[in-house]
Design a protein around this ligand. Structure first.
Ligand SMILES: O=C(O)[C@H](O)[C@@H](O)[C@H](O)[C@H](O)COP(=O)(O)O
Length: 245
């Protein structure tokens, strides 16, 4: 995989996921992935269907890059969306490898974020003593028309968070207001980060992020230390770029 930012057609997502999961599994025995909410679960379902027989989902460990603090049966829950689209359809995912927020803590965003961060450290067998930041094999992010990603919204104090790797948010401009979210230190420490963004509503902001590098958009500040950053776009989303897909 080459270094630097690459813009790729979303039609190549399935092959990309296959390659990166296979290489992580052959190196470490597992594939540590974080996914996001919104339209992502539907897009992943399509990508998984394409090469279904080749994916070894039993070795995938999945976290949520952000999660809404609602019950799992609520349609706003990112876990719920992924469960309906992905986990119920591809049976070889192991339930214990789908890392969810603690439902008992949804009324306590701070505690919920601390607990989720702890789950991450435990998964990576690291001590949460500030000495090391876990490194996901891949973090998949979505993009809002306002340039937000995960639950990192424009002009929000969470953009400056440097201590917490998973932070609570109680005033998300996109409902529901209470969420937890990965912060930049965790996102930018991933081995690979990939955005998946489709549809015309993203065209304008994509130009500002990818070509004008406008740092007022939270997605522009996703700059993995590994320099491995990918953007999976469709034709409408890429329509305002100099070289559309
Ligand atoms: O849970 C969430 O709200 C998200 O993780 C959020 O960051 C999402 O990925 C973007 O808003 C894009 O959403 P769409 O893919 O639906 O446009």
């Amino acid at each position: 995989m080459s270094k630097g930012t690459e813009v790729i057609s979303v039609s190549a997502l399935s092959e990309f996921l296959l390659e990166i999961s296979e290489s992580s599994i052959s190196n470490n025995g597992v594939f540590n992935l974080a996914i996001s909410g919104g339209s992502m679960s539907k897009l992943l379902k399509e990508a998984f269907k394409k090469n279904e027989a080749s994916f070894d989902f039993s070795k995938w460990i999945i976290f949520f890059a952000d999660e809404r603090l609602v019950k799992f049966d609520n349609k706003d829950s990112n876990f719920n969306a992924s469960n309906e689209e992905i986990f119920k359809n591809f049976k070889s995912f192991k339930p214990e490898n789908i890392k969810k927020i603690d439902q008992n803590l949804i009324k306590n965003p701070k505690e919920c974020a601390v607990n989720y961060q702890e789950q991450i450290f435990n998964n990576f067998k690291l001590k949460n003593d500030g000495s090391e930041i876990p490194s996901f094999d891949l973090i998949l992010l979505g993009l809002g028309p306002d340039g937000h990603t995960a639950s990192l919204f424009p002009n929000h104090p969470l953009l400056n968070e440097i201590k917490l790797l998973v932070a609570p948010i109680t005033d998300s401009p996109k409902p529901p207001p209470c969420r937890i979210s990965f912060t930049y230190p965790l996102i930018n420490n991933a081995k690979v980060v990939a955005f998946i963004s489709t549809g015309e509503s993203k065209a304008e902001v994509l130009k500002k992020i990818l070509e004008l590098k406008d740092l007022s958009f939270p997605a522009t500040r996703v700059t993995p230390l590994s320099k491995q950053l990918f953007w999976f776009l469709d034709t409408p989303a890429s329509s305002k770029l100099k070289s559309p897909i």
